[in-house]
Design a protein around this ligand. Structure first.
Ligand code: NAI
Ligand code: MG
Length: 359
């Protein structure tokens, strides 16, 4: 039978993006081999500070036309604050993709991998996904300033929630929760203090809940939710929040499970009209770039998220299982420095690749 082929645009970007992306690609190639599908990758040098130096912009004018045909975009990291301000590099690249492709769902998975030191004493089994609304909410340019530089100086910033915007992120979160064994969704709110938008959010959660009778739903105020992430992280499965609440939770969650180098993220268009972008949570880490010491696991897990989005769930599960096996056996020769090892980006990726092919 004809095997499936996926077209993937590869954008390494800056710093350790150029090291962890090739390392993760060898693991993805191994997964493709074992599960009989093909990944047709194309490399792009734009969305990097080197490209900017040569061309005076982060991306070519026709970047959208170049990237749109792909099934997904595998992205490293962008930014070099020594050469240009971060808002130039980020706004000129990743944020353009999020906006133009309407990647309204930001997904961040966090699980506690056996063998990885956890800052919590008795964490239990942490395995959760944060679903963040990525296009509206608290992050708008609506509002303004009056009476500049006077005693009456005032500033207003509006929060915008649209029914379409709220419902589409909730539908994604409920669908994801329904697909997982625990079938448990927690909604972040603050309707006791924010008296208009948050009760509206809660009412849309209640309405969507009627369509997903199998999913158990909890609503928690964001302050109590942050505390509960620390005191009982194992009790969460899928957590959905507005742009601001999701932003906060998606940094808190990976902080609970150890190294920044392990976390992965997806910027997703669930309608699949545009290619979704998959990346590690960390940035270009210039302090360790060029030394082959960066932890490739965040980028490898980003690859697993990408395969799951493309419909290759068994391959995605197998990658995460191989990562768990390698980190769990704790061989210092394989592990990177941030995990207490003596190995390299390459040695860790090769160990995961080998584990994946031997299973
Ligand atoms: P960073 O995530 O690059 O680094 C923070 C610290 O964690 C550094 O000490 C670094 O060495 C360490 N670290 C990060 N990833 C690691 C890995 N895989 N293995 C081992 N150690 C790792 O954040 P920072 O330093 O604030 O930002 C550096 C640049 O990256 C900036 O230009 C920033 O704007 C950009 N950035 C880009 C992102 C993206 O492409 N989405 C996300 C975050 C930052
Ligand atoms: Mg990144």
């Amino acid at each position: 039978s004809a095997s499936k082929q996926y077209r993937v645009a590869v954008i390494p970007g800056d710093g350790i993006g150029r090291e962890v992306v090739p390392a993760a690609l060898r693991v993805l190639a191994a997964a493709a081999k074992r599960f009989s599908f093909a990944l047709a990758t194309s490399d792009f040098d734009f969305a990097s500070c080197d490209y900017y130096d040569k061309h005076g912009s982060m991306m070519p004018a026709d970047w959208e036309k170049q990237l749109r045909p792909f099934d997904a975009i595998f992205f490293g990291a962008v930014g070099d604050p020594r050469r240009m301000p971060d808002h130039v590099s980020l706004w000129g690249s990743l944020l353009q993709m999020r906006r133009t492709f309407d990647l309204y769902c930001n997904l961040r998975g966090t699980r506690l991998i056996p063998g990885v030191p956890c800052p919590l004493r008795d964490p239990g089994k942490i395995d959760m996904v944060i679903v963040r609304e990525n296009t509206e909410g608290e992050y708008t340019e609506m509002g303004g300033k009056l009476f500049h530089d006077t005693d009456r100086e005032m500033v207003v910033q509006e929060t915008v929630m649209t029914r379409q915007g709220v419902d589409r992120i909730l539908e994604y979160a409920f669908t994801l929760a329904a697909s997982r064994p625990a079938k448990h969704l927690t909604s972040a709110t603050k309707s006791n203090g924010i008296a208009l938008t948050m009760p509206y959010w809660d009412s849309r959660v209640a309405a969507m809940s009627a369509r997903f009778p199998d999913v158990r739903v909890d609503s928690m105020h964001i302050d109590a939710l942050c505390a509960a992430f620390v005191s009982r992280p194992a009790s969460f499965d899928v957590v959905v929040g507005s742009n601001l609440f999701g932003d906060i939770l998606s940094d808190l969650a990976p902080a609970l499970t150890g190294s920044l180098g392990l976390a992965a993220s997806g910027n997703i268009d669930p309608t699949r009209r545009s290619p979704s972008v998959f990346e590690a949570v960390h940035g270009s880490a210039l302090d360790i770039a060029g030394k082959n010491v960066a932890n490739p696991v965040g980028q490898i897990e980003a690859g697993a998220l990408m395969l799951r989005h493309l419909g290759e769930e068994a391959a995605a599960d197998a990658i995460s299982k191989a990562v768990d096996a390698v980190l769990g056996r704790g061989d210092a020769a394989e592990l990177t420095r941030d995990l207490g090892g003596k190995g390299s980006t390459t040695s860790l990726a090769e160990a995961v690749e080998k584990e994946l092919l031997s299973a």
